[in-house]
Design a protein around this ligand. Structure first.
Ligand code: ATP
Length: 303
């Protein structure tokens, strides 16, 4: 069937470049999202995550490279691709004068869901987003977390094969973020393919099967979080606390001894100390994590 030739990759990007005037927002990006997986695009502000998302929905057109979404080539076949995608944008564009249910109803029309199944599509979306008891609430009466859940529910109304979530939990407090994670996890469990951009490391680590770390418009590493950690940060780190001068001294010595280090506020982490017993500094041992990898590869601190 047209548009489903591949069957393996829901998204395939090769050498994608997008410039805004002289600024290259995306510089030669390769990205694969296998069907049925959740892929996290992780990067600091300005890394090019939102631009990549906009390219995938054909809101922006690439200057160079190949883009395929569900086997459809972009931008030529973007309309067909969009019909099978669900998109939850970073900025909430719900109609605040309508109720939860009315917002969903509008989308059943936009996606041409037949009258016979419209009701059940709305019920399923309400159920998944845990908003059934708020169906008659006007959107401007909802909390930020509920609005974000509705935004995702709305993206799912036509049972898309691929869901694009642009920073799904940005600006939410940690407890509400966890509710959203449960929702995204439920989607994963149903086998929906998900591409999610985020600058929260924990979000990517918890939800994504594969992570692509972006920095300055480029993909600097890709793989399952555990593989990225093992490859770039080793198994174990030592956290050393002390005064600024002690930290500087520890850092200099560790680097001379061939270790990678990263600063974390009042401490310094010396990475990859497995099997280097003699040389490893004294301190608190902990497993290496994705944050270590992120900081090593992007040079950025995270909030
Ligand atoms: P954030 O997390 O802050 O949204 P991001 O990783 O999504 O960051 P982008 O929004 O894709 O990054 O931006 C990548 C680069 O492209 C930045 O330098 C940004 O200033 C620039 N950029 C993005 N959109 C435009 C635009 N419409 N016009 C000009 N420059 C843009």
């Amino acid at each position: 069937m047209l548009g489903r030739v591949d069957g393996e990759h829901a998204i395939r990007l090769r050498g994608v470049v997008k410039r805004y005037g002289p600024i290259p927002a995306v510089k030669g990006l390769d990205l694969d999202v296998p069907e049925g997986t959740c892929v996290g695009l992780l990067g600091p502000n300005g890394a090019g995550k939102s631009t990549t998302m906009r390219l995938l929905t054909a809101q922006a057109i690439a200057d160079e490279g190949e883009l395929e979404v569900l086997g459809f080539k972009l931008p030529a076949e973007s309309k067909a691709a969009r019909a099978e995608c669900g998109v939850a944008p970073q900025l909430d564009n719900l109609d605040v004068t309508l109720t939860v249910e009315q917002n969903l109803l509008v989308f059943t029309h936009l996606y041409r869901i037949g009258r016979a199944v419209r009701r059940s599509a709305i019920e399923a979306a309400l159920e998944l987003a845990n908003l059934a008891d708020r169906r008659h609430s006007r959107v401007d009466k909802l909390s930020g977390g509920m609005r974000r859940r509705l935004l995702i529910a709305r993206a799912l109304i036509h049972r898309p094969r691929l869901v694009l979530l642009d920073e799904p939990t940005v600006g939410l407090d940690p407890q509400v973020r966890q509710e959203l994670w449960a929702l995204i996890d439920a989607l994963r469990a149903e086998g929906t393919t998900i591409l999610m951009s985020t600058h929260y490391i924990e979000e990517a680590e918890r939800l994504a099967d594969t992570v692509m770390i972006m920095s300055h418009g480029e993909g600097v590493a890709a793989g399952p979080p555990a593989d990225l950690i093992a490859k770039h940060a080793g198994r174990t780190a030592v956290e050393v606390y002390g005064s600024p001068s002690q930290l500087a001294e520890t850092e200099a010595k560790a680097r001379t001894d061939g270790f990678q280090t990263r600063r974390t506020g009042t401490s310094i982490a010396v990475l990859g100390v497995d099997g280097a017993d003699g040389k490893a500094p004294d301190g608190e041992r902990r497993p290496a994590n994705l944050e270590d990898v992120f900081v090593l590869l992007t040079g950025e601190q995270i909030d």
